[in-house]
Design a protein around this ligand. Structure first.
Ligand code: MG
Length: 361
């Protein structure tokens, strides 16, 4: 087993545009494509890969992630197992970029010892089934889209229309499907709207409500006390240091690798949440299979999983995560277990080999 090498790890990174199968609409806006930064870390003859899906509401972009990756390529050292030392050398910002480095290091580790990352971490392979996201739209439109869903055993409805119709949206979807429903308000309710809506969502059998209030809203603890269904926070919870504060305002936290900075921090957050009696959800951004594969490695630590990012794409350029009976299963191959080389609709082939050091055009 080769754990160290004389030469420092070499990093190359590029921006990739992911194309969505259909337009994605949430309370903050709509999008048809998403740019991510992808990184390759070379350690001798072995390469590890990772993806940075920037958290736009924190001012991160694919360009800022790429700049961070290139700026800090020289501090990675020569030991992909030295996660704490490498983490300490990286400035605490650009969390999606840090998550890409963390994923590439885990991918390298797994490939070097010939184990999938979930095995390396001592975890079970399978987590709970993933939810499928129903974008924000008119109640009828959301119901129409929900009625077409076949392969998913739970739906996550994006709410926050600010038109008084959010409960109607859920009622319309409830009318066409029996599967468990979850809702994500993305910070768009006031305390009064939340206090009014949550009991009605409870009657419709909604399992939990994600981020009803704006990040840091002083009414958070009061809403937690009043809510008949669990509240999960997403925009309120990024790193380990946020988890204890979230216990005052929520019954659970939504962990995303792009917010936390990677698998290592996300794992710490999951255990901290358990110590505080909180539920744990694992979410994602719009990501290819490269990003989703990193999250899928730790899905078994979670109560709820929302890892549909790669399934929302017109085509996943990094296959390897298996979608089996609603569960996003990480591969049994070493490392993250994904491979590139998918053929795009325009005929070009994605490569991430040594000569793919392509700067964004
Ligand atoms: Mg959310």
């Amino acid at each position: 087993m080769e754990t160290t090498s004389v030469a420092p790890m070499e990093l190359s990174a590029r921006i990739v545009t992911l194309e969505l199968a259909e337009t994605f609409v949430i309370s903050r806006g709509a999008t048809e494509t998403e740019d991510v930064a992808q990184v390759e870390l070379r350690h001798g003859a072995v390469s590890g890969f990772g993806e940075a899906a920037p958290v736009d509401y924190h001012g991160e972009t694919a360009e800022s992630a790429l700049a961070y990756l290139e700026e800090h390529a020289s501090v990675l050292g020569d030991d992909p197992f030295a996660l704490d030392e490498i983490g300490a050398r990286l400035p605490p910002r650009e969390w999606a970029a840090r998550a890409a480095i963390d994923a590439a290091l885990h991918d390298l580790q797994g490939k070097l010892v010939e184990l999938p990352v979930w095995r390396l971490l001592g975890l079970r392979r399978a987590g709970p089934p993933t939810s499928w996201t129903i974008w924000l739209g008119d109640p009828d439109d959301m119901a129409r889209r929900a009625a077409k869903v076949k392969d998913f055993s739970r739906l996550k409805l994006k709410l926050g229309g600010r038109d008084g119709l959010d409960v109607e949206r859920v009622r319309a979807v409830r009318g066409v499907t029996e599967v468990p429903l979850q809702v994500d308000v993305n910070e768009y309710w006031s305390f009064d709207e939340a206090r009014d809506s949550l009991p009605r969502l409870a009657e419709l059998g909604v399992e939990y409500c994600e981020q009803p209030l704006p990040e840091g809203d002083p009414d958070g603890p009061r809403l937690k006390a009043a809510s008949p269904i669990p509240i999960y926070v997403d925009e309120d919870c990024h790193h380990l240091g946020d988890v204890a504060r979230c216990a005052e305002r929520a019954h659970g936290i939504n962990i995303k690798l792009a917010k936390s900075g990677g698998i290592r921090e996300a794992t710490r957050m999951a255990y901290a949440a358990r110590a505080l009696g909180l539920g744990v959800m694992l979410g994602c951004m719009i990501e290819s299979g490269l990003g989703i594969s990193a999250a899928a490695q730790i899905a078994s630590l979670c109560d709820h999983v929302d890892l549909d990012g790669n399934l929302l794409l017109a085509e996943d350029p990094w296959p390897g995560v298996e979608f089996v009976e609603g569960v996003q299963l990480p591969s049994q191959e070493p490392g993250l277990g994904v491979r590139t080389g998918a053929r795009h609709r325009d005929g070009h082939v994605t490569t991430a080999s040594r000569d793919a050091h392509v700067r964004p055009g």
